[in-house]
Design a protein around this ligand. Structure first.
Ligand code: GMT
Length: 377
């Protein structure tokens, strides 16, 4: 049996959890001996250094003058088919149903049934886009026609079934982090650039979309800071950033809040924190909470989407209802004032990340899905 596969991967290559997971998976598969071909409009930002088993195929979008909107989806589908034929791909693994699973469906029509399509659902493709009546039937088709479908949480799986009326099998494959990168780093020097020795550090990392409720982060921080001298580090940027900056100014918190913008070395940055705040309204998984957990940092957040599958309430963090800022502040204060609890939670975080979300285990789960759809179990 040929264990080494040729795998095409398509994802959103810029910032975002789905792109991170897809890229990290591709890198780990390549390390295990598989040949991995990324097909996208730009090089995935986490791809890093050269690896002999990793290839990148750029999608050129036609800008023919009759097109009002350049048809990226059609160019991507064509490129997928070309790469599948020329490289004799076994698997096309697409991350995000829209448009990637739809493009993979088209590519398969061009290539034939030997090409197997695996679709991973990450969240907003279902929780937002599948609610749109104009896209619903298309997303359902792409999901039903995939040879395997995976979801990053039970919650997302349930929602996919409910919203799209899907009855087919869906595999659960939680997200993971590369333990060689995500582990507690010595961040004492960086931390002291922002916080004095007797101050605590709260952190929020996101794309500042409304769904992240960054305004709640500020409210929580204000309440915490009234009882425990603290600093808030905000990492990332996005549409709500100006609103949040304004709120911080109005609350007179400018001197206690630091904006770090987009950062590459998230493991190092997170290691500066005592707590990660994730008060999202919706989160199919919440990769950043796993990144924090792997660095020994507990999350205080919401009982939203897949977060409770990841953050074990009372052990690796605390969860409260969406919008319950007072409760999240009280949990944070409890944790920041109790060194023993903080130490225990840190240990539980490291253990849980290693045991439940190990990159070895999750990569092997994806491999077994590939072998299953190829009938090579
Ligand atoms: O959270 C975002 O806004 C980005 C989005 C993405 O497309 O990458 O994240 C989704 O996929 C991540 C990886 O599986 C999950 O960790 C996030 O929870 C999910 N976001 C939402 O469900 C809002």
């Amino acid at each position: 049996m040929d264990r080494f596969l040729k795998i095409g991967i398509t994802c959103y290559p810029s910032l975002g959890g789905s792109g991170v997971v897809a890229t990290e998976l591709g890198k780990l598969l390549a390390e295990k001996g598989h040949e991995v071909h990324f097909i996208s409009h730009s090089v995935p930002f986490r791809l890093g250094s050269f690896h002999k088993n990793i290839f990148y195929h750029e999608v050129d979008v036609s800008d023919y003058y009759v097109f009002r909107y350049p048809p990226y989806d059609l160019s991507l589908a064509t490129k997928m088919a070309q790469v599948a034929k020329s490289q004799q791909l076994d698997i096309l693994h697409v991350h995000y149903a829209v448009p990637h699973a739809v493009c993979a469906f088209l590519a398969k029509q061009m290539v034939g049934d030997n090409l197997k399509v695996v679709t991973t659902l990450h969240g907003t493709d279902i929780t937002v886009l599948a609610q749109d009546e104009s896209l619903k039937d298309l997303i359902r088709l792409a999901i039903n026609e995939s040879d395997a479908v995976t979801s990053v949480s039970h919650d997302l799986m349930k929602e996919t079934r409910e919203v799209l009326d899907i009855v087919r099998d869906i595999d659960l494959t939680y997200n993971f982090v590369d333990e060689r990168v995500y582990h507690p780093r010595d961040a004492i020097a960086c931390r002291s650039d922002f916080a004095a020795q007797d101050e605590k550090v709260l952190m929020h990392i996101s794309n500042f979309r409304p769904v992240k409720r960054v305004s709640d982060v500020v409210d929580i921080f204000k309440m915490v800071n009234e009882q425990v001298p603290s600093r808030l580090l905000l990492v990332g940027e996005g549409p709500d950033l100006p609103k949040v900056q304004m709120k911080i100014k109005e609350m007179g918190l400018e001197n206690r809040v630091h904006f770090l913008g987009k950062q590459d070395d998230i493991a190092h940055v997170i290691s500066m924190a005592d707590i990660l705040l994730l008060p999202s309204e919706k989160e199919s998984f919440g990769l950043v909470a796993l990144e924090a957990m792997a660095c020994g940092v507990p999350t205080v957040g919401t009982v939203a989407g897949g977060i409770p599958e990841l953050v074990s309430h009372g052990q690796t963090g605390f969860l409260a209802p969406i919008g319950a800022t007072r409760q999240m502040a009280d949990y944070s204060i409890l944790l920041l004032k109790n060194e023993k609890l903080a130490r225990e939670m840190r240990e539980s975080c490291l253990l849980r990340a290693r045991n439940e979300f190990s990159s070895d285990v999750i990569t092997a789960q994806y491999e077994s899905i590939y072998y299953r759809v190829l009938n090579r179990e």
